[in-house]
Design a protein around this ligand. Structure first.
Ligand code: SF4
Length: 311
């Protein structure tokens, strides 16, 4: 075994196809928002070093991973984000950037730098009014959630105009504060020429910060279904081509996460919270052996394909 840049290296043939087809790579915990429901890593955790992140991408690409969702925290806060995305794209991976949109809205040149390395961009919007969106998207200034609302609604048409091949996913976390303001989102999007390719609704989950604030956020399965059905009907009317939902019951077994410390995490079947299975920086082979006991490969691939369809 050789050690390179702090990460284990093994014989390629030996490790071939040893990872699932898609991985969610949480590049950092730091964020420019502090949403109560956040299921990202602790915001104190800084970004993984760029050379280590590139090494991880390289090893994943040589071991069966075909798609990476780059997430956080807020990935656009990383100076080397274009380098990291380029590293994935030049290995022919399907690339998704999950971002809250605030930095991209304020730094126009960043979109130009990263768009050529992206297949999908995933943006969030939690309500059809700026006030309720701000109840969910909490920031460090009183108007952060309002700014976020306008940032996302301004970004979608800009991306459409400048990068017509870059697909857009909109995500909405459904919780107590926005329960009655989700179904109106499709009409808002239509009025702003901001129709995404996929709209995915998530039932708020008791993970990370969401766990700490769950008593004020939790909704029942029935409430989530009602909101989803109302929202879906409006989405069809307004021409959103792909509407998906994700309940807490569906979460386990469909994701492999890598956090900024290199920890490999799945979703625990009983608690819906993260479950540590190893570390890709210090034990890549160990993770390669363990993940199959926690992940349903077909369900993971199908979930990614439904959310980010190729055509
Ligand atoms: S949910 Fe996203 S935008 Fe909000 S604090 Fe977490 S990482 Fe940041």
């Amino acid at each position: 075994m050789i050690k390179e840049a702090g990460i284990e290296s093994t014989n390629d043939a030996e490790m071939e196809k040893q990872f699932p087809s898609s991985v969610d790579f949480m590049l950092l915990g730091t964020c420019n928002l502090k949403c109560n429901f956040c299921f990202g890593p602790n915001h104190e955790i800084p970004a993984m070093r760029t050379d280590l992140a590139v090494d991880v991408i390289d090893k994943l690409s040589r071991n069966g991973v075909e798609s990476i969702v780059f997430t956080g925290g807020e990935p656009t806060l990383i100076k080397d984000l274009p380098v990291i995305l380029y590293a994935a794209k030049r290995r022919n991976l399907t690339t998704v950037l999950s971002t809250n949109g605030l930095t991209l809205a304020s730094k126009e040149e960043l979109l130009d730098e990263i768009a050529p390395h992206l297949d999908w961009i995933a943006l969030p919007l939690e309500a059809d009014t700026p006030e309720v969106n701000a109840d969910m998207r909490v920031g460090f200034t009183p108007d952060a959630g309002i700014k976020h609302f306008e940032a996302v609604l301004g970004l979608i048409p800009r991306i459409r105009e400048r990068y017509p091949d870059l697909k857009i996913k909109l995500g909405t976390v459904v919780a107590q504060p926005n329960l009655d303001r989700v179904a109106g989102i499709p009409d808002l999007l239509a009025s702003r020429c901001a129709i995404p390719d996929t709209w995915k609704l998530y039932q708020v989950s008791p993970s990370e910060y969401g766990k700490l604030n769950y008593s004020n956020l939790q909704i029942s399965d029935e409430e989530f279904e009602r909101v989803y059905e109302e929202a879906r009907a409006r989405a069809i009317q307004t021409g959103i081509p792909n509407v998906q939902k994700y309940t807490n019951e569906e979460r386990p077994g469909k994701y492999l996460f890598i956090n900024p410390r290199g920890d490999a995490l799945t979703v625990h079947p009983d608690t819906s919270d993260y479950f540590l299975i190893g570390n890709v920086l210090t034990g890549f082979n160990d993770v390669a052996k363990k993940w199959k006991s926690h992940i349903n490969t077909q369900a993971l691939t199908a979930n990614f394909g439904r959310t980010y369809p190729q055509n």
